[in-house]
Design a protein around this ligand. Structure first.
Ligand SMILES: [Mg+2]
Length: 260
């Protein structure tokens, strides 16, 4: 684990964790807790992660997920049912009671996303596309170079016709069109409003996770989880899987029930 901002920030956070009245651990899934796979439906948690997260939940920490996936594709991959899952970069939310919520999106955003979906299908790029509520991701991580080229050739015309309510941005392994109404930061703020006294950490790997890092309070901890370092707002860099397991183990070690 490497501190990126100030020396001692990780130890300071872990000290707060032991003293805090509440603990909140917010997690991305793909690339963070689960390695990328050619078939996204086969992405599973790194070995050893599930029992550690289980122990963290059992110790009283509130655990939640914020993902670019839809809630429907993430929830079957998790062994926990009574946790919050924010999907589609915060456009949708399944709460701990199993109730589903959607951010209200403007009509022009929904229409623009429908048109993008149709345009991609017309170009024969449907297989690269992941359509979710409020976002369309185009994946090329494990695809042939020709697919990436075809997608990139389609982008300028689409980008030039977008309404202000939708934007396009690259992510690690593709490109995504997203409604501006929500992002991982707005999702994290919902959790922070619910747990204002919590010691909070957010773990993520991708550019879209930067919105969540930016939304953390000054006393929170942003943890970039990826094999290679890149510019980030996170304050700690963790290389998976070994250092990820170390971080989760350190969290458990600060459980007040264990340390008191
Ligand atoms: Mg990710």
């Amino acid at each position: 684990m490497q501190e990126l901002t100030s020396a001692g920030s990780l130890d300071d956070f872990l000290g707060r964790l032991a003293r805090a009245p509440e603990r909140l651990l917010v997690l991305d899934y793909d690339g963070t807790l689960a390695p990328f796979t050619p078939e996204r439906d086969r992405a599973v948690l790194y070995a050893g992660v599930a029992p550690l997260v289980e122990a963290i939940i059992a110790s009283g920490t509130v655990v939640a997920f914020i993902t670019g996936r839809s809630v429907a594709t993430l929830s079957p991959r998790l062994p926990w049912t009574d946790i919050d899952i924010f999907g589609a970069h915060g456009c949708e939310h399944r709460d701990r009671q199993g109730r589903h919520h959607r951010v209200l999106l403007p009509a022009d955003a929904l229409l623009a996303l429908e048109r993008i979906e149709q345009e991609m299908r017309n170009r024969g790029l449907g297989l690269a596309m992941e359509c979710k509520y409020g976002t369309i991701a185009l994946h090329w991580r494990h695809a042939p170079d020709t697919l990436r080229t075809d997608i990139q050739q389609a982008l300028p015309a689409i980008l030039s016709a977008l309404p202000a309510s939708v934007f396009g941005a690259p992510f690690d392994g593709g490109f995504e069109f997203r409604a501006r109404a929500a992002n991982k930061g707005t999702a994290l703020k919902i959790l922070l409003d619910r747990h204002p006294q919590a010691a909070v950490a957010y773990l993520g790997d991708d550019l879209t996770d930067e919105d969540a890092f930016a939304a953390l309070p000054a006393h929170g901890l942003g943890v970039l989880v990826r094999p290679a370092l890149r510019p980030t707002r996170a304050s700690v860099w963790v290389r998976p899987p070994a250092e990820l397991l170390d971080f989760l183990s350190a969290w458990i070690a600060k459980d007040p029930a264990r340390t008191s």
